[in-house]
Design a protein around this ligand. Structure first.
Ligand code: V0D
Length: 256
């Protein structure tokens, strides 16, 4: 009996019903932890890399859906500073994905006026990865629509560490004093400098953790978790997340 109820709930989650979205209160910046590519593949008896490939297609779907809603910034956690610990074969495969992305997905994003940018330690990436990434940024730099921001070799503690070091160096050199330290100054030294803080953070695949992602920037973000694996994510899931965001922010909206 209980089993049947659970089965219904999980199918319902996988095929959410249509939701109402108001055009007035669209989150400006949505950030996504794209978890569950490996688990999605395993469940189908496929190699993990097939999960990553399908995850890349979900990136394009989510980007177009976000752009259609009028989201201005979409940040995607593509590779963390901890992901280097994975088997070398898998890391090598992941590092080819920006190349595949350029070949397979970028034209459609350009048609949608999307601008690509990247945050993270890009110096440490293989040449072909950095090259593809730089080409994606260069080919879209004049676009004026949604900013698709990939977090690649990104870790938030490392980001904060580097921001603190750069401020410390300016103080040591007499360019700043300790009294100059402010939230705005710290913001400007983070890798996300120039982007507004995320309004909505989405994590897929059932984990309810932040895992070193944009720790400073998500101080006031609404958090939305789903059991869906990232390769299954489509526009209905984004709509569900945005509808819930609107319900939560409307509740106190009049008092803000
Ligand atoms: C695998 C699911 C696009 C999460 C999405 C190198 C993990 C697919 C890119 C990409 C990855 C990054 C920069 C760029 C163009 C495309 C990507 C990685 C992993 C790690 F300029 N998808 N994607 N990069 N996955």
């Amino acid at each position: 009996m209980i089993k049947r109820i659970q089965a219904w709930l999980s199918r319902n989650d996988r095929q959410p019903k249509p939701v109402e979205i108001s055009p007035d209160n669209i989150p400006r910046h949505v950030a996504i932890i794209m978890d569950g590519n490996g688990r999605w593949a395993k469940r189908r008896g496929l190699p993990r890399i097939v999960g990553h490939q399908n995850g890349m297609k979900a990136v394009k779907r989510a980007t177009i859906a976000a752009s259609d809603l009028g989201v201005e910034y979409l940040t995607m956690y593509a590779f963390s500073t901890e992901n280097w610990k994975r088997p070398k074969d898998e890391v090598d495969f992941l590092m080819r994905l920006p190349v595949d992305f350029l070949a397979l997905e970028l034209d459609e994003l350009i048609e949608n006026n999307v601008r690509v940018r990247v945050m993270g330690g890009t110096d440490a990436l293989p040449d072909h990865t950095r090259g593809a990434m730089e080409e994606a940024v260069a080919r879209t730099k004049h676009n004026t629509g949604l900013v698709l921001n990939f977090a690649l070799n990104y870790g938030s503690r490392k980001e904060i560490e580097e921001a603190m070091r750069s401020i410390g160096e300016d103080i040591a050199a007499g360019r700043l004093t300790a009294g100059d330290i402010s939230s705005e100054l710290i913001d400007s030294r983070l890798m996300s400098g120039g982007l507004p803080d995320p309004d909505l953070l989405i994590r897929t695949s059932g984990e309810m953790r932040i895992s070193n992602f944009m720790l400073w920037q998500i101080a006031y973000s609404e958090l939305w978790f789903t059991d869906i694996y990232w390769p299954e994510f489509d526009k209905s899931h984004l709509h569900q997340a945005v509808a819930e965001y609107q319900n939560r922010t409307r509740r106190y909206g009049g008092l803000k």
